[in-house]
Write a protein that binds this ligand. Structure first.
Ligand code: SF4
Ligand code: SF4
Length: 452
């Protein structure tokens, strides 16, 4: 057009690609990210789904290739594409293995954002996703209401009656029922807004991120985390207006929901200054540390970058509890416990946050505790957020291998660092009759303290 400067080569290429692309503008896998894959295949053996099926389309390299092809308009965003992306655990083991620095977690979550926007799932699936991601996780009152109903089901004897019949097996829910968490008698919500003093000289002042479903299913773990922090000289503040971190929504491609939750948390934790924002959930920690990524995409050109800057600032303060305690150094006196334990890496601690040594260092610091490494501790247990519910058969195959490896250590306790993994491993111990107990690292530390 007369009067307009000609397009540069890069602009012309981008315009051409946008016309063809099977993705729409906003949150989408970008060329700059997927083109870092050099197709070397070094990630293949780290990938749980590739190890199971030896199918290139279910490998990291194959999934990246499919994203590139859809972006270039050479493959449709159709059911086959959705299936291969859905089957990915988002465990990010491929990121650890990749020599080229491909940020696979970011790519798969952006591919899922495109699926959420541009692919019509069956009606029931749409209804469930809408309810879980847009209503349940965004409102703690809904979580509390549903948890109360489930608590009644579990504790009134109704659950025992249902399990005594063949109903669960007939409707294909018997394995999923094993994965259902026990609802706590008392919810953690009552601790919101409280401050717990440090024992002895105060060494740090931290804010505790309590999680969403964890507040109705892992109250004991949250209480143990606070006790361990207190015993090690930390004053612990539990900010009142905190919400779900947004991890489940972000993993499912519901990035607008995740952004909204991130804004609420940034506000809740910015009222005071803290030495750290501490979480005991590796899945939450990984997302809390990557809030800036949520605001780096999906923003209109004229929109402000304030949120991205605030998110980067917020994320700099986030620490997994094992990372924080390992850096701070344990100061609490601990009793000797003659115990053999094994450790299962949580994917979002090891592959998402690159934290391997901190939990092991803490376990070894407990007098008398022997840590026996299990084979393939770095492989996903099959929990992966809601993967064990949406892809139950695959999840159970991975769990079977995990329990075989855990059992081979002869350790009566499996220690891990994420509530989701704990639920999965507890179900595994029951289904495969390994007789093992499952604890979080801080629960093990708490036992040593409690007995001091
Ligand atoms: S995130 Fe996990 S399951 Fe998905 S491609 Fe990477 S290694 Fe495979
Ligand atoms: S290891 Fe990295 S570069 Fe190599 S195929 Fe896998 S994702 Fe691509």
């Amino acid at each position: 057009m007369p009067g307009l400067p000609p397009l540069t080569h890069e602009e012309a290429q981008r315009e051409f690609a946008e016309t063809l692309s099977g993705f729409t503008a906003g949150d989408k896998p970008e060329y700059a990210d997927y083109s870092r894959c050099i197709h070397c295949g070094l990630c293949l053996n780290a990938c749980p789904t590739y190890r199971l099926w030896h199918n290139e389309a279910d490998s990291p390299r194959g999934r990246i290739r499919q994203m590139a092809l859809v972006d270039q308009g050479r493959l449709e965003l159709n059911e086959a594409f959705v299936t291969h992306i859905d089957r990915c655990l988002d465990c990010r083991a491929c990121e650890t293995a990749c020599p080229s620095g491909v940020e696979y977690g970011k790519l798969v979550e952006l591919a899922r954002a495109q699926i959420a926007k541009n692919f019509k799932r069956p009606r029931t699936s749409r209804w469930i996703r809408n309810f879980v991601y847009r209503r349940l996780l965004t409102d703690p009152r809904h979580i509390a209401r549903i948890a109360r109903a489930m608590r009644f089901y579990q504790r009134s004897g109704l659950e025992a009656i249902v399990r005594g019949t063949r109903i669960l097996r007939l409707i294909g829910m018997s394995k999923r029922a094993e994965l259902m968490p026990r609802i706590d008698r008392e919810f953690f919500f009552s601790r919101l807004g409280k401050t717990f003093p440090a024992q002895g000289e105060r060494r740090a002042r931290v804010a505790f991120f309590a999680g969403c479903l964890a507040q109705v299913t892992f109250t004991q773990l949250n209480d143990a985390t606070i006790r361990v922090l207190q015993a090690n000289g930390c004053e612990v503040v539990v900010p009142a207006d905190q919400f779900c971190c947004g991890a489940l929504a972000a993993h499912a491609g519901e990035r607008d929901v995740a952004r909204e939750l991130a804004r609420k948390n940034m506000k809740a934790f910015s009222a005071e200054a803290f030495d750290a924002i501490v979480t005991n959930a590796a899945g939450c920690g990984s997302t809390l540390k990557e809030y800036a990524q949520l605001f780096a995409t999906g923003r209109e050109e004229n929109e402000s970058t304030d949120d991205a800057e605030r998110a980067a600032e917020f994320s700099r303060g986030v620490r997994d509890v094992t990372e924080f305690l390992s850096d701070l150094g344990l100061s609490a006196r601990m009793r000797e416990m003659k115990l053999r334990v094994t450790y299962q890496d949580s994917c979002h601690l090891l592959h998402g946050q690159k934290i391997r040594e901190a939990p092991r260092k803490l376990i070894r610091a407990i007098p008398g505790v022997e840590l026996v490494e299990m084979p393939l501790a770095e492989q996903c247990c099959g929990s992966a957020g809601v993967y064990n519910v949406t892809e139950t058969a695959t999840s159970m195959e991975l769990l079977k291998e995990k329990m075989r490896n855990a059992k081979s250590t002869g350790a009566p306790i499996i220690v891990t660092a994420n509530p989701g993994c704990m639920l999965q491993l507890r179900a595994g111990a029951k289904l495969h009759a390994t007789g093992q107990d499952v604890l979080h690292v801080v629960e093990l530390l708490d036992r040593a303290l409690t007995n001091a």
